[in-house]
Design a binder for this molecule. Structure first.
Ligand SMILES: Nc1nc2c(ncn2[C@@H]2O[C@H](COP(=O)(O)OP(=O)(O)OP(=O)(O)O)[C@@H](O)[C@H]2O)c(=O)[nH]1
Ligand SMILES: [Mg+2]
Length: 221
């Protein structure tokens, strides 16, 4: 006799198929940073055309994120290209790159725009940073005062990187320090923004300086 009230086929009710994920083998664990890895945010700042985008690009181990816009005749009279006549683009928001200084120290680099009309973004870009590299073109020191004042005002540790355009340093470190009234406690290093080893050494100088500043601040508390 047929069972009454059952609409199931012979063999009972259909068994619901397992959700797709449950039938798959669990994925192999992905390699990631070790639990002891420390990451830190660094800002690369400075005046117009001092080599910030070049700096981030030369040291980054990932393809850097850039926000370059082609410079047109509209910027004539605003942007002084006399020191960098081959410059064709300018940063309009930020550069972003990443570099591992050690197996357990990763730096995230944020390059600022250089033109004054974009400086309103600097306060956002420096938020959470442990320090900054202020790049200086020694052929035009006056263009760098505002960038140094910016970090002095905010009390953020910084080092000054003298970018050697054409491989030439126009002035000695101590002359730059005196001309720009930079405190002896602030490291000034020579660098070539196009050279990875040189930019890495500049970042190491900054990390050491920022750590020393933190320890000194902690000791005062
Ligand atoms: N010779 C020489 N040229 C450099 C050096 N660093 C940068 N340049 C060149 O100088 C120009 C300016 O470099 P950028 O890296 O765009 O400068 P920036 O500071 O990012 O410029 P903005 O974002 O527009 O303020 C480019 O043409 C670079 O190729 C350097 O160390 N030596
Ligand atoms: Mg730039």
């Amino acid at each position: 006799m047929d069972s009454v009230g059952s609409s199931y086929p012979v063999g009972g009710p259909p068994v619901a198929p397992a959700p797709p994920n449950m039938s798959r083998p669990s994925p192999a664990p992905r390699p990631g940073p070790s639990p002891t890895t420390i990451s830190a945010k660094i800002v690369v700042a400075g005046g117009f055309g001092v080599g910030k985008t070049t700096f981030v690009g030369s040291v980054s181990e990932i393809d850097p994120l850039t926000t370059e816009a082609v410079m047109t005749e509209a910027s004539a009279g605003h942007d002084d290209l006399s020191a960098t006549p081959n410059k064709q683009t300018t940063t309009v928001a930020m550069d972003f790159g990443r570099v591992s200084l050690d197996s357990d120290l990763i730096l995230y680099l944020f390059g600022t725009p250089g033109q004054h009309r974009f400086w309103f973004m600097w306060d956002d870009l420096v938020r959470g940073a442990i320090g900054a590299v202020v790049l200086v073109d020694t052929r035009r020191l006056a263009d760098c005062f505002s960038a140094i004042d910016f970090f002095e005002d905010r009390g953020l540790p910084y080092v000054v990187g003298l970018n050697a355009f054409d491989g030439q340093q126009a002035h000695r470190i101590e002359d730059v320090r005196e001309a720009m009234s930079i405190d002896p406690s602030i490291p000034i290093v020579m660098c070539d923004a196009r050279n990875r080893e040189s930019t890495k050494q500049t970042l190491i100088a900054l990390v050491q300086h920022a750590m020393a500043a933190r320890m000194a601040a902690g000791a005062r508390r």
